[in-house]
Ligand binder design. Structure first.
Ligand code: 4NP
Length: 155
């Protein structure tokens, strides 16, 4: 059984598709499976935002096959680790948890770089194009830390 990791943002078209692609590229595929979801329902079935596709492409990652889906409470049982991008994602996901075990699976992703600081990965959707570069850089750095921890723990 692979270790399953879920990346969660609001729309599942900008940040979490990048987080999925970046972390998956740093983990062995036979041991780990990485997915993503959004707390919102607007982009179910949609491809990632073209700006996320472009920044991924710049760093030789192809995320075009991903499709948007909405986070559901069943995901608590399907995944071992749930990383959320910002404080509002955290609130929305935790609101669906019914047990302490489920709550314990949820973490703010950047707490792996800045422990206990609850720093947001900023939502780049309505912002300037370089917001995607900033988001990519944050997710790349934190995915280095997460992949090392996971490989140490599960290999
Ligand atoms: P994401 O960005 O949460 O990083 O995918 C967003 C994408 C779409 C919307 C909001 C945030 N939206 O309101 O449609």
């Amino acid at each position: 059984m692979p270790v399953k990791i879920l990346m969660v943002c609001l729309g599942n078209i900008c940040r979490s598709p990048l987080a999925e692609g970046i972390l998956a590229s740093k983990l062995p595929k036979d041991t780990f499976k990485v997915d993503s979801a959004g707390t919102g329902s607007w982009h179910i079935g949609h491809s990632p935002d073209e700006r996320s596709i472009a920044i991924a492409n710049k760093y030789n990652l192809d995320i075009t096959n991903q499709r948007g889906r909405q986070f559901s409470k069943d995901d608590f049982d399907s995944y071992d680790y749930i990383y959320v991008m910002d404080n509002s994602n955290y609130t929305n996901v935790i609101a669906l948890a019914t047990t302490q075990d489920q709550k314990d699976k949820v973490a703010m992703i950047l707490n792996n770089l800045y422990p206990n600081e609850n720093v947001d990965v900023p939502d780049p959707y309505f912002g300037m194009t370089n917001g995607f570069e900033i988001v990519y850089d944050m997710l790349d750095k934190v995915s280095d830390v997460i992949s090392k921890k996971l490989i140490e723990k599960h290999n």
